[in-house]
Write a protein that binds this ligand. Structure first.
Ligand SMILES: [Cu+2]
Length: 472
């Protein structure tokens, strides 16, 4: 197995080198205009760090002077800011003057130990001490100015590839060394839910960094907002059954759910051999297996016995677990609920809600489906899913792959006053709140959650920051 891994890494490295080489060569003549925007010293150092092998093979023997000349000719890095919506960072003010909004996204790479289901910890790699990383939310046409900082005590470089962008992968998504930071900016031109992720150290170990936690989403709201939701029902009218079309406002109560897998050795390190064989240790939703399940307090409230579980798997029961204590999602019945679903992981996501039918699926601001039982979301794919929960009840969004369901990709949604607790309000969220990590930042058509509580795969330090941000 080990041999297989090493060979595979080598093969990827060779492939990417030759691929980049070909791209640079074919783009030689047209990139020079933009080239003047990049300080040549930065470029030389970038180039020599990442592509030494290729340039040596291709141009050997070349002296440093010739290498510099080639680089200064502008042939070797294909970046076209206008065409690819990249904004030179020092020109952002010009775009703001035209009326665009800039949204800052500041990420700090942090390798930490975080808990996993079963009481152990794993060697997580995070953005800002949380898995997934913070969600950035913008409106189509806004500028995202992304800065990634890698503290000097990080054991490895990191990077950030944003799928919401259309900018050259090189040098933007390249490695940021410990003790350094990198900024790029772009116009978010396409609405939707988009993954962002560490691309490893110039692609090497990308799998490890993403699967151990370095991922998140950017939500790009459509410029003109979301569309109202049409749900088709039936009703009896004059002794006949007729269609009953119901229109719900575009405004919705929103959740974010990201599906990934953990491939771990016994001591919580990354197990690449297991990844190659698709042997998951756990399936996680927003970083945790079965994280959105009832807890001991809810057991007590509903059954009068804190030990009498309401759901088949409640691994995060105790209040002692702080921000990791299980929290279900609470929704009202008869209201528009919008899920931002992303699959940053390594397995297909068969997104299904046990007990419901998906009312609408939107991707690329186009309706892809209405009235479907399951929607397939491939690796590095997102979808915006609109639903109305008609009846009070317990519903379970799952990855309808049985290994995934039993491995942790099952989320409990309680609609209305299913347990007959007689709580005032539309849902238990009015009293119990919804988990902070399942709630995206407010956007164009967001309905504010009545109450938010602290929940997530956060370090204690990050949990304290989130609590302060939310006023908890
Ligand atoms: Cu990384």
């Amino acid at each position: 197995m080990l041999k297989h891994n090493i060979l595979s890494i080598a093969a990827v490295a060779i492939m990417s080198t030759s691929l980049f080489g070909a791209t640079f060569a074919s783009a030689q003549t047209s990139a020079s205009a933009y080239f003047q925007n990049i300080p040549s010293d930065d470029l030389v150092s970038y180039w020599s760090e990442t592509n030494e092998n290729w340039i040596n093979q291709k141009y050997k023997p070349v002296d440093d002077g010739m290498k510099s000349s080639i680089i200064k000719m502008g042939g070797l890095v294909p970046t076209f800011p206008g065409a690819f919506a990249q904004i030179p960072v020092d020109k952002i003010a010009d775009y703001v003057a035209e009326g665009r909004t800039v949204v800052e996204m500041n990420l700090v790479a942090q390798s930490v130990d975080l808990p996993i289901m079963g009481g152990k910890t794993y060697k997580a790699m995070t953005f800002n001490g949380q898995v997934p990383g913070p969600t950035v939310r913008v409106t189509q046409g806004d500028i995202i100015r992304m800065t990634l900082t890698v503290p000097s005590d990080e054991p490895t470089p990191h990077s950030n590839d944003m799928h919401a962008s259309q900018i050259s992968a090189v040098p933007n998504f390249g490695a940021v060394m410990p003790g350094e930071s990198k900024t790029y900016a772009y116009i978010a031109e396409v609405p939707g839910t988009f993954k962002y992720h560490c691309a490893g150290v110039n692609v090497a170990a990308m799998d490890q960094h993403v699967l151990q936690g370095m991922y998140g989403i950017a939500i790009v709201d459509p410029l003109k907002g979301y569309k109202p939701l049409l749900v088709e029902k039936t009703k009896a009218e004059d002794g006949q059954i007729v269609r009953d079309r119901q229109i719900y406002s575009a405004d919705a109560l929103e959740f974010q759910l990201q599906y990934n897998q953990l491939y771990l050795t016994e001591d919580g390190a990354y197990d690449q051999g297991a990844m190659f064989e698709h042997h998951q240790a756990q399936h996680v939703v927003n970083g945790m297996a079965f994280g959105y399940t009832p807890n001991a307090d809810i057991n007590e409230l509903v059954t009068g016995d804190s030990k009498k579980n309401l759901f088949v798997a409640q691994p995060w029961n105790s209040p002692d677990l702080k921000q990791y204590q299980g929290k279900p999602l609470f929704v009202p019945t008869g209201e528009h609920i919008r899920f931002f679903v992303e699959n940053p992981g390594n397995e297909p996501l068969y997104w299904h809600v046990v007990g419901e039918i998906i009312d609408r699926v939107v991707q690329g601001n186009r309706v892809q489906a209405q009235g479907v039982e399951t929607w397939l979301i491939g690796g590095s794919q997102g979808a915006i899913i609109d639903m109305v929960f008609d009846e009070p009840g317990v519903y379970v969004p799952v990855n309808h792959d049985y290994a995934a369901i039993f491995g942790g990709a099952a989320t409990v949604v309680v609609a209305g006053d299913f347990f007959g607790l007689g709580i005032d309000g539309d849902s238990y969220a009015d009293v119990l709140g919804n988990p902070s990590d399942a709630i995206p930042p407010m956007g164009k058509n967001s309905i504010e959650h009545p109450k938010v509580n602290l929940h997530g795969l956060y370090t204690d330090e990050r949990a304290a920051e989130v609590a302060e941000e939310l006023g908890l």
